[in-house]
Write a protein that binds this ligand. Structure first.
Ligand code: HEC
Length: 512
């Protein structure tokens, strides 16, 4: 019995110096953030979600809280040492991650008892020209009429929306996902929430199937793809993500490939791309080349709904841009300096191109220029854009910008594309670039020193909506041709904006 004695004598010697973060957590935090740290009325507190909020930043939130939220400060109850220990403890990964089985997901499903469907929109405008604005400042979405720019509704989302909301193919419903894996379904016609369910514990993004019946959720925790039925958010399938080599992998993103009637998955930890069929009549999938298949059969081929095909690649790829026919994708190599082109039909890498400075391919857009399809991508770590010829996969032009950017946007009816400068001293600048000459025609600085980022067009392409990405921010409406400012709508840190029509028609000017 040596240990208990040593422990209690230590306690007697220095009681105040002994911070016990697990106990402090249980006492002060668990009611809102969950006994398991996986969230409750407050968000999950695990390194995967805390992300870049570490050390002093994390301690400051615990000490001071977050204004105008349930999160109050604890400086009056916990010493700075306790808070530092608690912050350090929250930065440690969980010992065990729950499986998050179908039954556990089903348990979280809450349908709104007050939801009543209608036969027509409850508002007068064009339901196909609605633009949703995600306001990350206070976790709301504003529903904007794209003609009058009136806000028709403003509803609360789960904490920290992540990835773009996705519309049903008829544009009536929208699905919104939070970093903690909650999926919220909202009816744009009735301006009401339909329900929500927690599909993952830490999730990246969602995609809808071509027919709109299935919704896939890319998860980091656990390492699965969750597929929900879109009508009632019930669980259809939880697919464990295990590579050919037997390693589990996080899913960095899932994409709808409408031309292929499938989902495409980027795997974070395995040199594979997965394709999951959303066609109930999908033919049997033969993986690898015919000769090798004869030698090593990996079990019977999968077929039908959710049949899975693996595309083996040299190294994990992330952040995909797809050509509009969905024959090719470009993914970013992990070293951040190359793009790798994969032909999805034959299932192999076909080209590689130099894209130094972390290309953000997922934000890439494409258009026809001189009879050839080009695509453009920003770079997260370099002050330039790359314009790529998608016929021979050469870099056609690099355009110098005022700083590294995050998003690009255009529209079929606009001669310009818009590129933000997201990082560095010029984060208040947005370049408007001619799609033919590839010259910057105007640099807008709507609010000095405030981040200006992410553009979305109205359905007809006549107006461009730009975010002032600040807590007391705004959405600024521009005439997309004259570049004159038309309206300024106050918003709480508006991030992405999503126009129903541009999204459901897979407009080439926007990423999907
Ligand atoms: C009464 C409920 C409640 C209690 C108790 C509580 N929190 Fe919170 N906490 C919240 C809510 C709600 C948020 C989200 C605030 C917002 O909207 O930014 C939050 C946010 C946070 C965040 C920021 C998370 C992020 O990803 O941005 C941290 C860190 C945090 N809480 C830590 C703690 C710690 C540590 C304790 C215990 C000492 C604690 N909280 C106690 C409700 C609570």
């Amino acid at each position: 019995m040596i240990r208990p004695i040593a422990f209690s004598s230590l306690l007697l010697l220095a009681p105040a110096a002994l911070a016990d973060p697990a106990q402090d957590y249980g006492e002060h935090c668990a009611t809102c953030h969950g006994e398991t740290r996986l969230g409750g009325s407050g968000p999950a507190l695990i390194p995967e979600t805390l992300g870049r909020m570490r050390g002093p930043d994390l301690e400051a939130v615990i000490a001071e809280g977050r204004g105008a939220t349930q999160m109050e400060g604890f400086a009056d109850r916990l010493t700075p040492e306790d808070i530092a220990a608690l912050a350090g403890w929250l930065e440690q990964p969980l010992d065990t991650v729950p499986d998050w089985t179908e039954a556990e997901i089903a348990e979280t499903r809450e349908m709104n008892p007050d939801y009543v469907p209608t036969d027509a929109p409850v508002f007068g405008g064009d339901p196909m020209n609605i633009t949703l604005v995600v306001e990350t400042g206070d976790h709301h979405v504003s529903v904007l009429d794209g003609d009058s720019f009136d806000v028709l509704d403003r509803f609360e989302t789960p904490f920290a929306v992540h990835g773009g909301p996705k519309f049903s193919p008829d544009g009536r419903f929208v699905f919104i996902m939070s970093r903690d894996g909650w999926v919220q379904k909202y009816d744009i016609w009735t301006l009401q929430e339909v329900g929500r369910a927690r599909a993952g514990l830490n999730s990246r993004n969602i995609a809808l199937s071509k027919d709109g019946r299935h919704l896939a959720v890319a998860n980091y925790l656990p390492m699965t793809l969750t597929i929900l039925a879109t009508d009632d958010l019930s669980v259809e399938r939880v697919v464990p993500v295990v590579s050919l080599g037997g390693e589990t992998s996080r899913v960095s993103a899932v994409y709808q490939a409408p031309e292929r009637n499938s989902f495409i998955l980027a795997l974070k930890d395995a040199p594979e791309i997965w394709e999951v069929m959303t066609d109930p009549d999908a033919p049997p999938i033969e993986e690898g080349d015919a000769e090798e298949r004869g030698l090593i059969r990996r079990g019977p081929p999968e077929e039908g709904l959710f049949a899975r095909r693996r595309i083996e690649i040299a190294e994990p790829l992330d952040d995909f841009f797809f050509t509009p026919d969905y024959r090719f994708l470009i993914g970013a190599a992990r070293d951040g300096g190359r793009g790798v082109v994969v032909n999805l039909n034959v299932g192999r890498e076909v080209a590689e191109l130099p894209l130094p400075g972390m290309p953000h391919l997922g934000s890439g857009i494409s258009w026809m220029r001189d009879g050839r399809r080009v695509m453009a991508t920003p770079h997260l770590q370099e002050a330039r854009l790359s314009v790529i010829d998608t016929q021979d996969w050469s870099v056609l032009r690099t355009i110098d910008t005022a700083g590294p950017g995050f998003f690009l946007r255009s529209h079929e009816n606009s001669p310009y594309f818009w590129a933000d400068v997201f990082f560095g001293p010029n984060k208040d600048a947005v370049h408007v670039i001619d799609k033919e000459s590839l010259e910057i025609v105007r640099t807008l600085r709507p609010v000095p020193d405030a981040t200006a980022a992410h553009v979305e067009f109205t359905r007809d392409g006549r107006h461009a909506l730009l975010s002032i990405w600040e807590d007391e921010g705004a959405v600024i409406v521009y005439d997309a041709e004259t570049l004159e400012e038309i309206r300024r709508l106050p918003m709480r840190k508006p991030s992405g904006k999503y126009n129903v029509w541009n999204k459901i028609t897979f407009s080439e000017g926007t990423s999907h």
